[in-house]
Design a protein around this ligand. Structure first.
Ligand code: FE2
Ligand code: FE2
Length: 431
């Protein structure tokens, strides 16, 4: 969150930003140099609160504007009272710019065509970035060292930090894109943390019986059933923040025609099952991505169209689909439409959009709408496709699916990576 704030500030204003990790560190910095134009402080910090910093700043001869940026509610900040402005984080870029402009007498906006520093520690936390990275040789000279879309190898970044370089640069023209990706990664993480703290139990109709039932076929633990339930409930709460998802939330409150909610629930369960058996990096984050993707991926398909889609699926007519009438067209377009919808929601991790947009692709290129081949498909999308395929097969032949025929009919489809590993892990767990 702090790194994001720094990136927004340095890409928007002509300024130098000094960071402190704790209240005490902030006070130490201020004791040596109090020539700051603005202090933005969190409230709860590991060592010294925002109130401690404020009490120190108040006594300084230089009257430095001070604001609190916190996730606490205002009434929880009694120690600060109403003397200073309190902002609720996370703040969007626009709100952050407004906060600075409102609290500073004069501030110059960053002119165009400059470079924005991104700290190496932040870059190490990002798997890949969608912009080129530069190194600064002098005040005006920058050289490109990473091209856009390249996966960032921490070892490469270490080479620079070992030389004492703290930041690399992006072109300010790219900062909008960079910030959008970064913001969504951070906001999504925060949203999950927040809903976990809220203990309000909502009455969603989750068919847990179904999970127990599939557990009779696979070596599924009771913990995983609980985990699925918790993640789906949390994800419904997260998407409830935006009216655009109202129809999905309502479908989880229905008691009749559970196709949609059962379908989503089962995908989360099977995907969670694969993730827990695969040694993936950041498994918790992957499960969060998959859960939001499962809830949103078929949002454009209503109950009637859902039945049409299933008929097409069972008749193997979704492969090489060339839409000729409106239902087919709606089916054909639903992955891209749902992906776009998820993209406009700031609490969705950027990977959610990718998984949703690719959820009807096939390894051999016969899927839709992008006709991607196996090697072009994102690994988490492939995992999702395998989970959905297994969930659909289970529902089709419920309660007695013939798994031998399932394996025989899917072996060819899922022979190539990134499908092979999730598929093999899944069938290995069959009882
Ligand atoms: Fe689906
Ligand atoms: Fe779908």
């Amino acid at each position: 969150m702090r790194e994001m704030t720094v990136t927004i500030l340095s890409s928007s204003f002509q300024c130098e930003v000094v960071q402190a990790e704790s209240g005490r560190q902030a006070i130490e910095i201020l004791s040596k140099d109090d020539s700051f134009d603005l202090i933005i402080s969190d409230f709860n910090m590991p060592d010294g609160t925002g109130a401690d910093v404020y009490n120190y700043v108040k006594k300084l001869p230089a009257k430095i504007p001070f604001v609190i940026l916190t996730s606490q509610k205002k009434n929880q900040l009694l120690a600060i009272g109403s003397e200073i402005p309190i902002y609720q984080k996370p703040l969007s870029k626009q709100d952050m710019i407004k906060m600075v402009s409102d609290n500073l007498k004069s501030v110059a906006r960053q002119p165009r065509k400059t470079f924005v520093p991104i700290s190496i520690s932040l870059l190490k936390q990002m798997k890949s970035i969608n912009t080129a990275l530069y190194i600064r040789l002098s005040a005006t000279k920058f050289v490109r060292i990473f091209y856009e879309g390249v996966a960032l190898d921490p070892a490469d970044l270490n080479k620079y930090s070992e030389k004492g370089i703290e930041a690399l640069y992006i072109e300010s023209i790219d900062s909008q894109d960079f910030l959008a990706t970064l913001t969504k990664t951070i906001f999504s993480d925060l949203a999950w943390k927040q809903v976990k703290e809220e203990n309000v139990s909502e009455s969603f109709k989750l068919n847990v019986e179904l999970l127990r039932n599939i557990g009779e076929h696979f070596k599924v633990s009771d913990e995983l059933i609980e985990l699925t339930k918790n993640h789906v409930e949390a994800a419904i709460k997260i998407i409830s923040k935006d009216r655009a998802f109202e129809n999905i939330v309502q479908r989880f409150k229905k008691t009749e025609n559970l196709h949609f909610s059962d379908h989503c629930l089962l995908i989360v369960h099977m995907a969670g099952f694969i993730i827990s058996n695969m040694k993936l990096e950041k498994p918790e984050q992957q499960l969060q991505v998959v859960t939001l993707a499962a809830l949103i991926h078929d949002s454009g398909i209503d109950d009637r169209l859902f039945d049409v889609k299933m008929k097409y699926l069972y008749a193997n007519k979704l492969r090489h689909l060339k839409p000729t009438y409106s239902d087919e067209l709606d089916i054909y377009e639903h992955p891209s439409k749902a992906a776009t919808l998820s993209n406009s929601f700031e609490f969705c991790h950027p990977d959610v959009e990718i998984v949703i947009g690719q959820h009807h692709e096939q390894a051999d290129g016969s899927g839709f709408p992008l006709r991607l081949k196996a090697k072009e498909i994102f690994p988490l999308s492939a995992l999702f496709i395998v989970a959905e395929d297994c969930a659909d097969f289970f529902m089709r032949f419920y309660p007695k699916p013939n798994w031998e025929s399932y394996i025989a009919s899917r072996k060819g489809n899922f022979a190539e990576e990134p499908f092979r590993q999730p598929f093999e892990l899944l069938i290995k767990q069959l009882k």
